[in-house]
Design a protein around this ligand. Structure first.
Ligand code: SF4
Ligand code: SF4
Length: 243
């Protein structure tokens, strides 16, 4: 017991503000144009494994919800017009949270106390590992009045990871129905946010979470960092503004 106390005293406080730590140097975040003149060669579009890039003449746009941050487009652009940044603040609001009145009501009722039910409907588990980290002493999710619960009946927010597989479609629909109103749905990772990672609407996959349930906040990434998840949660609760 004494040794444990000594260790606690020696280590001190490890919990940090959600955006205090820098992303690691090798972290791959938002793909952004670096400026310059596009040759409209289509190399980036052809290189993207998930169809996240669209080119209209010499204008290239990246669908951040679908991007898996693989960096292939950046490597293939011979003119170096695309760059991979360390920006992880990619969450965006959708569904009912696009309405000012509902957003204000959600902030009032759930802003200081939110309970989350996580549901994996077909992920590779990397997203799930990242959201497990929210409960570590570093990110300490409970410091925000937010926690995970076992039952959807006790939850305010349904956190969905993975593409919606046909085998888990019913689980998603039943869990959504079991969550009392007002309820929020968060699509975590490129799979749930876009449904394109493993092909859409095929023999195994129905698509992203919003193919079956209304999604109120999208958190892109493959997987998203814990900080990106916290950004999405706090954004949904109206505790921070969109970066
Ligand atoms: S980083 Fe990969 S997934 Fe994202 S737009 Fe580029 S090629 Fe597509
Ligand atoms: S978004 Fe990426 S990390 Fe998350 S479940 Fe899909 S493939 Fe895995």
């Amino acid at each position: 017991m004494l040794k444990i106390l000594q260790k606690i005293m020696a280590v001190g406080t490890v919990t940090e503000a959600w955006d205090a730590g820098e992303a690691p140097e090798r972290f791959r975040g938002r793909v952004a144009p670096a400026g310059g003149s596009c040759a409209a060669c289509g190399a980036c579009v052809a290189a993207c494994p998930v169809g996240a890039i669209e080119a209209d003449g010499d204008t290239v746009t990246v669908n951040q919800r679908a991007c898996i941050f693989c960096g292939r487009c950046v490597e293939r652009c011979e003119r170096g017009l695309l760059t991979q940044t360390g920006d992880y603040k990619l969450a965006e609001l959708g569904g009912q949270l696009l309405g000012e009145a509902v957003r204000a009501e959600i902030a009032r009722t759930l802003g200081r106390s939110l309970h989350i039910r996580h549901l994996d409907v077909g992920s590779c588990n990397a997203c799930d590992f990242e959201l497990n980290q929210l409960l570590s002493p570093v990110y300490d999710l409970q410091q925000y009045g937010v926690d995970f619960v076992a039952s959807p009946r006790h939850a305010d927010l349904l956190m969905v990871t993975g593409v919606v597989t046909r085998n888990l479609t019913q689980a998603l629909l039943m869990t959504y129905e079991a969550t009392p109103s007002p309820r929020l749905v968060m699509a975590v990772g490129a799979c749930a946010a876009s449904g394109r990672t493993f092909g859409a609407d095929n023999y195994a996959v129905r698509g992203g979470a919003d193919a079956l349930v209304p999604v109120d906040v999208y958190v892109p990434g493959c997987p998203p960092r814990p900080q990106a998840l916290l950004y999405g949660i706090l954004l949904a609760l109206g505790r921070i503004e969109q970066a």
